[in-house]
Write a protein that binds this ligand. Structure first.
Ligand SMILES: [Zn+2]
Length: 459
């Protein structure tokens, strides 16, 4: 700051179109009296230029916070009276959103800020209500939404993510990206979403968790797409059977013994081949002490062997053999899995022709885990915006330009030969960056670090 300058205030404000009359500074705010140097004097009612001054009124306008303090402009707005139609009007204030009593640049600042930080924080910093922040946020997101053009995946994923409540999550399986978040997981919501996908005939494969409305919606909207159930969801059911038996067993034991059935239970869920020597020893102790649990564990391991099969046909017969080996008690333990097989077997074995990569499953699961502790203090719209428009997580992929304009592939229309471009050669094909969604790995990392709202401390 150069104290020798006679009029530092206008530079400080950097708000074109105003002359600063006076500045008053308090502990938490700047109160700035201002006026426009000149005003347009055209009557907004009849467009006549013959007007006379008709006094002034003070209008209070919020502006960008400055040096950590709120800023209020007190504008001496001129009033005019039209000689032609006798109506009065106020001069139009440059750079002001008159509906909101804010400078346009403040509105433009709040929008992106509200995507990154809690509404209450932004409201407090600027000195407006949370409601105002929310309104501006919605307008801002509507603009972002209108400009977001994510390429429709050839391999689409539908899964569940918990943001206050279970939500639908749409992914690109090949790119490991998040494509969208849906308010809920109902059939209607999914059908509406799939219905608006540009070039939805592009979708060849759909991976999903075993949720009936997803299947119904995909069969209705994308009848040619193949549904594939990721092995992860199937294996989870097998593990759930082991957990169920362990818990039942624990209930039936005297409390002194119960504690033992809590520790190191992961050895039951881990694949036997992956156990360390110490873990294998632990497992053998479990099996020796609780033969029922040992049985279920053995069957779980046998079931996991399904995914070592070479193809769908082999997997089907493997399952049959496995199912035939179950006793009535075993069947009870694996009910969920057996039911799922009856409903979904076609899609479960489709996995053998279209295996989902571990990288995809891992990145999705990481994202689901990372979002688990979010939610408090945010609406679904806010969480969705925070995830879809987080900084530096958008993934792009270069695509040949011709794909975007299929007409060119057919050549110019007849009769316009004089305007015809030369035929497109492979080397001529330009590429354009296409938004393929939000990188799930990068987004998870941001969520884990809590850097996305600058306030939360991981708990
Ligand atoms: Zn007039």
């Amino acid at each position: 700051m150069d104290e020798g300058m006679p009029t530092p205030v206008p530079n400080l404000m950097n708000l074109p179109g105003y002359r600063i009359i006076a500045v008053e500074e308090t502990d938490d705010a700047y109160h700035i009296a201002a006026e426009t140097p000149t005003a347009s004097t055209m009557c907004p009612h009849c467009h006549d230029l013959a007007v006379v001054g008709y006094g002034r009124r003070e209008q209070w306008i919020r502006d960008l916070p400055m040096h950590g303090k709120r800023v209020g402009l007190y504008v001496q707005t001129r009033r005019f009276r039209c000689k032609a139609c006798h109506k009065t009007f106020y001069e139009a204030l440059p750079g002001v959103d008159t509906q909101r009593f804010m400078t346009a640049r403040l509105v433009g600042w709040i929008g992106p800020m509200a995507v990154r930080r809690p509404f209450t924080h932004v409201a407090q910093e600027v000195g407006v209500s949370e409601r105002t922040v929310r309104d501006i946020f919605h307008d801002h997101v509507a603009v972002l939404e209108a400009h977001r053009h994510v390429e429709t995946p050839q391999w689409l994923g539908l899964d569940e993510i918990h943001l206050i409540r279970p939500r639908g999550v749409v992914t690109n399986v090949q790119e490991c990206t998040l494509v969208d978040l849906l308010r809920n997981r109902s059939k209607e919501t999914i059908i509406a979403y799939l219905g608006q996908l540009p070039h939805r005939e592009r979708v060849r494969l759909v991976t999903m968790d075993m949720w009936r409305p997803y299947k119904d919606a995909v069969e209705a909207s994308l009848p040619d797409a193949t549904i594939v159930i990721d092995k992860f969801h199937v294996l989870k059911m097998a593990n759930a059977a082991v957990e169920r038996v362990r818990k039942q067993l624990r209930e039936s034991l005297p409390s002194a013994q119960r504690r033992g059935l809590m520790h190191d239970r992961f050895v039951l869920l881990k694949r036997e081949d992956d156990l360390t020597d110490r873990e294998a020893l632990l497992l053998s102790t479990w099996v020796k002490n609780y033969p029922v649990l040992g049985e279920i564990h053995r069957l779980k391991e046998a079931f996991f062997g399904l995914y070592d099969c070479a193809n769908a046909a082999e997997a089907r017969s493997y399952f049959q053999t496995w199912e035939q080996s179950l006793t009535a008690d075993h069947r009870a333990a694996f009910t969920e899995l057996l039911t799922a097989w009856r409903t979904w077997h076609r899609h479960i074995v489709a996995y053998f022709d279209h295996p989902v990569t571990n990288a995809y499953t891992e990145s999705l699961n990481n994202l689901i885990r990372a979002t688990d502790r979010l939610g408090r203090g945010y609406s679904f719209e806010a969480l969705r915006a925070k995830m879809l428009w987080a900084e530096g997580v958008t993934k792009t992929r270069r695509r040949p330009l011709v794909r975007q304009s299929p007409l060119r592939e057919q050549g110019p229309p007849l009769g316009h030969a004089q305007f015809a471009r030369p035929p497109i050669m492979a080397a001529d094909i330009a590429t354009v960056p296409m938004d393929v969604g939000v990188d799930m790995v990068a987004l998870s990392r941001q969520l884990e670090m809590g850097s996305w709202d600058g306030s939360s401390t991981p708990s």
